[in-house]
Write a protein that binds this ligand. Structure first.
Ligand code: FES
Ligand SMILES: [Fe+2]
Length: 418
């Protein structure tokens, strides 16, 4: 459990809040690159309780500016996108892709240019990688080092970023991404159906109380969820937790899903699922692990329902043996629904934690320490000395007695369990 004070410290991300200020010091996934067409419609993006507009200019560069026009705050999402900038439809003022006011046609001709030059524009650095537009919203003159994860180096045919919108605080989303124990329960429907054929899934199902071990890392930690089996083997799901919001889901080496939990505001979250294959193009272009049932890669659980419909839970199916009653959907729906069911900002003073929650406790403690330290020093941790491209998750079966801490996900041992 947490005190109310710590709960608030972790959850609140608006301008001026300690956590909000710290999180702004990281590169943030803002929208999919594919959403932006040169001279096409600008995209509204809400992050940390503030509204922005992303757009692709005539020459292909991406601009990222505050949503309100610098004149009288009309939405620049309505603007004309032309000549490497956005021109507000209200009075025609123009903001260039590099974030300068370059025209104010309502001013007298002789001072129009000089006037425009003096108008401040809120603009932020943007960077494209892995099919995602990333932005830096922090206060430093020079943005931090870009987290060039393995998937950001792959051709776009090998990567598929999708996101879902969650009516819950960002930390609820992040904690769900760190919770290895729930897989044996919440998602047991899929496990049951595949149990006879897939040994890894059988292993998860047959040991619902994994033990957790950790290796400290400069970016956060590596977590092993170890499930010993009665047949003499063990199954390790080795997750990489890259603070402040990344979770690398354990999988075969170089294939799988990397997730993050990005605050839209205090009560809404963008949960990103970046599917990738380091070895070959993705077969279907879809998120193989979690699916994108609704067909909308920018809000793939948009038809999930809410508390007023109890998220379409099917009680009849449950009577017939379906565990969660979330029928005909992928795991992500089940994850999102339980997170939303806690309320927009869960009251963590009411929790009762056990050994399965060790990962979550650890992450909370790191975030509290980080934000307290950031308040004193202004320095965002988890970046210094990190080789982001060399971070990989791993799921592996092996004979008991081997030490999972020695496994290298880029060069995994051939310890095929028999
Ligand atoms: S509000 Fe945008 S030009 Fe006037
Ligand atoms: Fe899950």
């Amino acid at each position: 459990m947490l005190t109310t004070e710590h709960n608030e410290l972790l959850a609140r991300v608006g301008p001026g809040t300690p956590m909000g200020e710290m999180l702004r010091e990281y590169w943030v996934p803002a929208c999919r690159s594919a959403k932006l067409e040169a001279d096409g419609a600008p995209e509204r993006v809400r992050l940390f309780g503030e509204n922005f507009v992303a757009f692709r200019a005539t020459d292909g560069r991406v601009g990222f500016i505050g949503e309100g026009c610098p004149h009288r705050c009309a939405s620049m999402a309505l603007a004309r996108n032309e000549g490497n900038g956005l021109r507000c439809i209200f009075h025609g003022w123009k903001v260039s892709v590099d974030g300068k006011c370059v025209d104010a046609p309502t001013e007298p001709e002789e001072r129009r240019a000089a006037f425009a030059e003096k108008v401040p524009v809120r603009a932020h650095p943007a960077h494209e990688a892995g099919g995602i537009v990333w932005v830096y919203l922090g206060k430093q003159k020079t943005p931090p080092r870009f987290p060039d994860f393995e998937f950001t180096h792959l051709p776009l045919s090998h990567v598929n970023p999708t996101k879902g919108k969650l009516h819950a605080n960002w930390l609820q989303g992040f904690e769900a991404l760190l919770d290895s124990a729930h897989v044996s329960y919440l998602h047991s429907r899929t496990q049951r159906s595949q149990r006879s054929t897939n040994r890894e899934i059988k292993y998860i199902f047959e040991n619902g109380a994994p033990s957790f071990e950790f290796i400290e890392q400069p970016y956060g930690f590596r977590e092993g969820a170890i499930r010993d089996q009665t047949d003499g083997n063990a199954y390790a799901r080795i997750r990489e937790v890259v603070m402040p919001w990344w979770s690398f889901i354990p999988s075969a080496p170089g294939v799988g899903v990397v997730c993050c939990s990005i605050p839209i505001d205090d009560e809404w979250t963008s949960q990103w699922y970046v599917a990738f294959n380091a070895h070959e193009p993705l077969a279907t272009g879809r998120n193989a692990m979690f699916g994108t049932d609704s067909g909308d890669p920018d809000d793939f659980t948009s038809d999930m329902g809410d508390v007023t419909t109890m998220w379409h839970q099917d009680r009849e199916a449950m009577k017939e043996g379906h565990w969660s009653g979330i029928v005909g959907r992928t795991n992500a729906y089940e994850d999102f629904i339980v997170q939303e069911s806690m309320g927009p900002i869960v009251d963590r003073s009411q929790e009762h934690l056990g050994q399965a929650d060790l990962v979550i406790v650890r992450a909370r403690r790191m975030l509290i320490d980080a934000v307290r330290n950031f308040e004193k020093t202004g320095e965002a941790p988890f970046i210094k000395g990190v080789d982001f491209a060399k971070i990989r998750a791993l799921a592996i079966m092996y004979p008991q007695g081997q030490d999972w801490k020695k496994f290298d996900a880029f060069n995994p041992p051939s310890l095929a369990a028999e």
